[in-house]
Design a protein around this ligand. Structure first.
Ligand code: HMG
Length: 422
């Protein structure tokens, strides 16, 4: 069950107890959620020169129905209103049947660069002749993946004419199962390079995966009923189309439009220790594939619905790398029903679409300040020095004053404290 009306009105303990009752959390999970889930000794082995830990809030977006399945979406980030926005759009999408999503098989791309080749065309020919041998060699490097029906899926070669002369690039493809695949790809790249360098009679140089993960695309689609868009639903629907077309026409808007999408996707990635830099790099380069930076979503009106779609590469993992090093990652995966990497990509694409729709809906109706800034007011109150028990009163007063700034927060705190001491 993910349609939980008023989840946000509960306090933290009530939310945990509610999820425990539904079977999503155990007492041990609740303990990990309180501690942040990562030991300093483990952290010291994750990165270098460790001196401590830093925590982010973990929230749960409600209302997601993805391919007919209820999903609770764990989201971790510092920004207010993102979880609320995703939940709101998911609620609207739900009344149109939820998100229909699909993702490609998890195939990652590796690249090997060859330089100082006398005859690149002849080199291409020689490598192609050894196609089967190369596949066999690569698969010998992937015993565990082969056992589970993944493995090497072939390669292509390209002669490149660069400012430093002609060079050859080999692209190869590996089905990496539920991992992100970086280590697998790099192992194969380094393993194959010497043999292929001999074939091309040149020298190998870079051997690394490509984060332009276009063989690992995810797509989601949702029908947002016009009648759920407020009193003036038809007007709002048309305004959403105007808003989308601005993003199509203008890079200044498109970048912000896509940033809103990544608000959702990266928040899920954070909750499960996925490589957010890889996801961002892949998404933004895909947005530029035509030579013009474009929105990753598109919208049109179909009868009584605004139909939204998203398509982007998602190199995401449910195992391997740092996934699971933090105990909270496992809880986050459990909340989503322990998806495969393919299902995870489908959920994340849906969250990206939801996030984008909610932001656009706010922008074309009340503006971003009202919803986002109302929630942002609480963070501002905290950073201006409000005590926990003062935060809501300070935030509400800032909304009343229609001035959600750090200075106002300071003044309001003073005002509230003066009143209290009288
Ligand atoms: P609202 O109209 O007050 O919400 O929206 P509602 O009262 O109609 O509630 C509908 C549902 O939303 C609720 O269902 C909740 O699921 C959820 P219910 O539980 O009542 O059955 N919901 C909440 N969930 C958690 N905490 C809450 C909460 N309120 C509602 N406090 C909302 C309020 C903030 C959702 C809306 O104004 C909104 O979506 N605003 C957009 C916020 C946003 O996009 N934030 C991202 C940060 S801004 C940014 O970086 C991106 C941007 O630049 C991208 C772009 O330009 O495209 C904007």
């Amino acid at each position: 069950m993910s349609s939980i009306s008023g989840f946000y009105k509960m306090n933290v303990d009530e939310r945990r107890a509610f999820l425990k009752k539904l079977g999503y959390l155990t007492d041990e999970d609740i303990q990990s959620l309180s501690s942040g889930g990562l030991e300093i000794s483990l952290a010291d082995r994750m990165i270098e020169n460790v001196i401590g830990l830093i925590s982010y809030p973990l929230g749960v977006a409600t209302n997601f129905l993805v391919n007919g399945k209820d999903v609770l979406v764990p989201m971790s980030l510092e920004e207010p209103s993102v979880v609320a926005a995703a939940s709101k759009a998911a609620k609207i999408a739900r009344s149109g049947g939820g998100f229909m999503a699909e993702a490609d098989e998890p195939v990652m791309i590796g690249t090997i660069q060859f330089v100082e080749i006398k005859d690149p065309n002849e080199a291409v020919h020689r490598v192609m002749e050894q196609r089967d041998n190369i596949k066999r060699m690569a698969n010998e490097m992937l015993p565990e993946i082969i056992k589970k029906a993944g493995g090497f899926e072939g390669f292509d070669l390209k002669v490149l004419y660069t400012d430093a002369g002609e060079m050859l690039e080999l692209y190869f493809y590996v089905h990496v199962l539920d991992a992100m695949g970086a280590n697998t790809i790099d192992t194969v790249a380094e393993g194959l390079a010497p043999y292929i360098a001999d074939l091309v009679k040149g020298r190998y140089l870079l051997r690394i995966l490509s984060n332009y993960a276009v063989k690992r695309m995810a797509r989601a689609r949702a029908k947002f009923p016009v009648e759920e868009l407020g009193k003036d639903g038809d007007r709002v629907a048309m305004d959403l189309i105007y808003a989308y077309n601005l993003a199509k026409a203008d890079v200044f808007r498109a970048v912000t439009h896509n940033k809103g999408i990544m608000n959702g996707i990266i928040a899920v990635a954070n909750a499960i220790n996925n490589d957010t830099r890889a996801i961002e790099a892949g998404a933004h380069s895909y947005a530029s594939r035509s030579g013009k930076y474009q929105p990753l979503t598109d919208y049109r009106i179909e009868g009584k619905y605004v139909v939204g779609q998203i398509e982007l590469p998602l190199q995401v993992a449910t195992v391997g790398g740092s996934v699971g090093l933090n105990r909270v990652n496992k809880i986050a995966l459990k909340l989503m029903g322990n998806p495969t990497s393919k299902e995870l990509a489908e959920i994340m694409a849906s969250v990206g679409l939801a996030q984008n729709f909610a932001a656009m809906l706010a922008l074309v109706t009340e503006g971003i300040q009202k919803g986002h800034m109302k929630l942002h007011a609480r963070s501002l109150a905290l950073s201006a020095g409000a005590k926990l028990e003062e935060v809501d009163a300070v935030a509400n007063r800032m909304v009343e004053l229609n001035s959600i700034t750090f200075d106002t927060a300071k003044k309001v705190i003073e005002e509230i404290r003066n009143k209290g001491s009288r």
